[in-house]
Design a protein around this ligand. Sequence first.
Ligand code: ADP
Length: 482
Amino acid sequence: MKDGINDNLSREISDLVIDSLADYAIFTTDEEGNITTWSSGAERVLYYKREEILGKSVDLLYTPEDRALLVPSIELGVALREGKAIDERFHRKKGGDKFWASGFVFPMFDKENQHIGFTKIMRNISEIEQAEINLKEESALAQTIVQSYSEPLVILNSNLKVINATSSFLKLFTRDKATTAIGKQLFDIIDAGLNVAQLRSLIDVTLKSHAFHSNFDVEFNHPQTGTRLLKVKPRRLYQPPNLMFSLEFEDWADNIALNEERDVFISVASHEIKTPISVIKAYVQILQRELTEAKPIVKKAVGRIEEQISNMGALISALLDTTRITTGNLVLNQEAINLCSLVNEITASFRMTQSSHKIIINKEENGVVYADKVQIGGVITNLLSNAVKYSPNADRVFVNIEADDNRVSVSIQDFGLGISKSEQHQIFQRFGRTKSIKKTNIPGHGLGLHLSKEIIELHGGDIGYSSAHGKGSIFYFSLPSY
Ligand code: ADP
């Protein structure tokens, strides 16, 4: 009697435990595989109600393909023989929907050790699988991003767990240059050097408002350089529910200071180099005059020296001018000038210094502008010499001067190498030379167009071009009429 009470009690407890396992389908069958008990978890996982499934064959829960292969009875056979059968396979819910499940089957024996049936524990693992796949995808993506960045960057999920980070991030912001940041909470690893409270609230705002496109500034106290602002760029990489985003930290102060330093350096260095270069040039010219009796090879060598010195002089002047422009120190000496006369003057000297190309002025409309003659002359010279230089297989360059009441424009057309579309964005940048030109041995420094654009814009004008790779280019500028 006492045993009976204990038996009932332990059965009730085990039923309670079994029913509390919501994600697990737990049921028993007789020796033939007919279902004898059915847990609430089984109702939730497999959709069959207890009353409708009791007495039915376990085969119902298998896919038709598995049934055809006799998988249900093979599984029970394995369980009986080996004490358990474990596998992962598709099972069927009521209604026929398939799901991926892991299952354990155990044989049951009575007190006399007679086999009386089986217990099966089954878990729907489709979601777990999907979550694992997502996790793998996320970490592969994060790894690729981190590998392609050298800037400080951290990749986080919505709980601010670190999915990955660049080594420059770890070096700058983590206490002990954490090598194992992955999986940790962002605020458990970053250093007090960053204004943590500020960063925390800005991340919070970003997450709440989904404003992954808005950059924000955060204070950073560097041991050597003191407190400064860092620009933080948040970017969303994955959508919710698996939200993954990156924070990139950019040190603007550093960039600005660096650029200014570089400009001052270039300016001072160019200025200092300019004088000795002029002196060398003067001596080379004296040498050339005195070398009338020398061997041709010596004359040729001195000629080359003079050529190179002139190139260097031009480069130094261009460098000086660009730094003067960027530091706002270029003073324009503006006067009323006739662009036609200026273009004619320059083309005339061009005709004298080179014979490879005919410089043909096709259209000459008189137009006066208020401009710095030396600087605008420099722009025309640059466009003309580019037209000649970058059309080694052509023999002519066309020039047009057009004027109306508002503007005077000059265009220079060559029939040379042209510029491919993909390279067109580079050419007005400082030191911008196209890749295909760099591969040729045509000399240049990528300063002329940058300088020309700055000068034309300082005069309130526009500069532009159209070009087709392999066909040639038309460069043009226009200035307000005077
Ligand atoms: P540089 O000629 O000294 O390299 P520029 O600033 O004058 O410097 O020109 C920048 C780049 O633009 C050149 O290196 C070349 O790649 C391209 N470019 C300029 N003019 C032409 C042109 N007429 N035809 C083809 N490419 C040109």
